[in-house]
Design a protein. Structure first.
Length: 365
């Protein structure tokens, strides 16, 4: 038994007052959170009983926008995709048919998949959900590397290790719905994540990364590692094909300080835009909703390239020549917005069109 400590009356009264204040504050926080949650449910941003009509309508409209509906006979079969993110919630109903190819946890070293943030689950759902929502490439062999913490953050060395792990698995595509500030000094000093994606390129692996979400408060360029020439960098559009105002803008002219070389076609940033405003997602805890960001747009492009590989499996062993050609196929097949002739620092070479990309990649007869 533990000894009982006597507390003087004055201190007890003071402690009780403190406890009351804490209780009142905690109750207010809970009520506020409950109110926000109730509002999100009411507006259709989150659903607990299956996706509501708004979510399903968005799914249908986005499928038509990028012409997925004309190639939905493809499922990504026999294509290996590695996602580096916050993990995956395998208990979600829409992932019940998923057989995860492999999992590695660079944060907590846990052997079983989990997601203590939720972002990774949302991204995985865009690709492989198979239930109330349907991902773009439900039959890919999915590898998941957890490199982002419960707060959604990850340091360069951890993310680089996760990318290296993906490379070691000899996957076809690495999907990076993440990004950090690009200082420009990596040209001189090197950068662990940027070095890792360059290694992936040398191994013949497609790397796709988010442009970033600072369009309303532009820092001058897309995020890293999307900034790397060999990476396919993805911006975001809404359901009408208009640029999402949060999508980061590319700086392709070069600058003296911080140092950056000019970019040339077809490597100007971003290369392509895809759905990223109120896109349908699954949410950990077995719910559904809508999400904004170039993260989601990145996965749409990941899914498109997985379908391209299924349609033309010989491209999977095409090495760096194929990767260089892929950039041109994207530039040629993407839908330019009204008045656009060449690359646009906001809209890239245009909006993703999956059927046109698959046609552009077809071997010449």
């Amino acid at each position: 038994m533990q000894p009982v400590t006597d507390i003087p009356d004055g201190e007890l009264e003071s402690d009780l007052d403190f406890i009351k204040q804490i209780t009142i504050f905690a109750t207010a926080v809970v009520l506020l959170a409950a109110g926000v949650f109730a509002y999100l449910i009411f507006t259709g941003e989150i659903s607990l009983t299956g996706p509501d009509a708004m979510v399903l309508e968005k799914e249908e409209k986005y499928d038509k926008l990028i012409h997925y509906d004309s190639v939905d006979y493809l499922t990504g079969n026999d294509v290996d995709v590695c996602m580096v993110d916050s993990g995956i919630d395998m208990t979600h109903t829409d992932l019940s048919n998923l057989n995860l190819a492999e999992w590695s946890d660079f944060i907590g070293s846990k052997s079983k998949p989990y997601d203590d943030n939720g972002h990774g689950t949302m991204m995985a759902g865009i690709l492989v959900a198979d239930g109330a929502l349907t991902g773009l490439a439900v039959d890919v062999n999915l590898y998941v590397a957890k490199a982002l913490s419960g707060s959604g953050e990850g340091d360069d060395s951890t993310v680089a290790q996760a990318i290296d792990w993906c490379v070691s698995k000899n996957v076809n595509i690495i999907s990076l719905s993440l990004g950090g500030n690009a200082s420009g000094f990596s040209i001189i000093l090197g950068d662990a994540v940027e070095d890792a994606v360059e290694n992936a390129y040398d191994a013949g692996i497609v790397v796709i990364a988010a442009a970033g979400n600072d369009g309303r408060d532009d820092d001058g360029d897309v995020a890293s590692p999307g900034i790397v020439d060999t990476v396919i960098c993805v911006g975001a559009v809404d359901v009408d094909g208009n640029l999402w105002d949060g999508s980061s803008i590319g700086d392709n002219n070069g600058r003296i300080w911080p140092p950056m070389l000019p970019r040339n076609s077809p490597d100007e940033k971003p290369e392509v835009v895809a759905p990223g405003h109120k896109v349908p997602v699954i949410i950990r805890g077995d719910s559904w909703g809508l999400a904004n960001g170039t993260s989601g747009a990145t996965v749409y492009v990941t899914g498109a390239i997985a379908l391209m590989f299924e349609a033309h499996p010989e491209l999977k062993d095409g090495g760096t020549d194929m990767l260089d050609n892929l950039k041109q196929w994207i530039a040629d097949s993407s839908k330019k917005r009204s008045g656009q002739n060449n690359h646009d620092d906001h809209y890239g070479y245009g909006m993703l069109q999956i059927d046109a990309l698959i046609d552009a990649a077809a071997p010449s007869s």
